[in-house]
Write a protein that binds this ligand. Structure first.
Ligand SMILES: [Mg+2]
Length: 181
């Protein structure tokens, strides 16, 4: 995969409705060796103390395909952290996404480069932006429960709306320029 240019930094390579709808076989065929998941509103609801059975089964299915799995979260919620710590997957909490450090550390633990890993998350300004910065393949999923989020996340959502609006304006002018030629 080629390096991403500035406007593309803010947008995912693809979108999916949820982690259940991602084409993991397709990712693997494209050279992906590891999938890193965001926690809140991607694989767990805010306030959940454990992962749903559905998610545990998904993780098992992905690992049995030969892909590696990890969890990278900005959260500091002790309850669900205790649950995830017991799982046999690399994980990092309080990761400071979109900072590169957390991504680099989890990639190192997985033993893969950014090019060989995909990020699945619900936020453009943390999950997608951060993963794009380290050249990962990015998949944005719809938040499981958009009504329940941290206040800081709600501010990020405003930023997302602004970015999406800018992109629409950019696309409009680009198509307008082409039709005028
Ligand atoms: Mg999230």
């Amino acid at each position: 995969m080629t390096a991403k240019t500035f406007p593309r930094f803010f947008f995912p390579d693809e979108r999916a409705r949820s982690v259940m709808d991602v084409d993991y076989e397709g990712l693997q065929e494209g050279g992906i060796k590891a999938v890193i998941f965001d926690l809140d509103n991607t694989i767990a609801r805010w306030g959940d103390e454990r992962l749903e059975e559905e998610i545990m089964e998904l993780f098992e299915r992905i690992t049995s395909m030969g892909l590696r799995v990890a969890v990278l979260s900005n959260s500091r919620r002790k309850d669900i952290e205790n649950f995830i710590e017991e799982l046999p997957f690399p994980h990092l909490f309080n990761a400071n996404k979109p900072g590169k450090r957390g991504f680099r550390s989890i990639l190192k633990e997985l033993g893969v480069t950014g090019n060989e890993a995909a990020m699945v998350g619900d936020q453009l300004l943390t999950d997608v932006l951060g993963a794009n910065r380290v050249n990962m393949y990015t998949i944005r999923v719809d938040p499981i429960d958009p009504e329940r989020e941290y206040n800081f996340t709600k501010i990020n959502r405003l930023g997302e709306k602004f970015l999406l609006c800018l992109r629409e304006i950019y696309r409009f002018f680009r198509s307008w320029r082409f039709t005028r030629r």
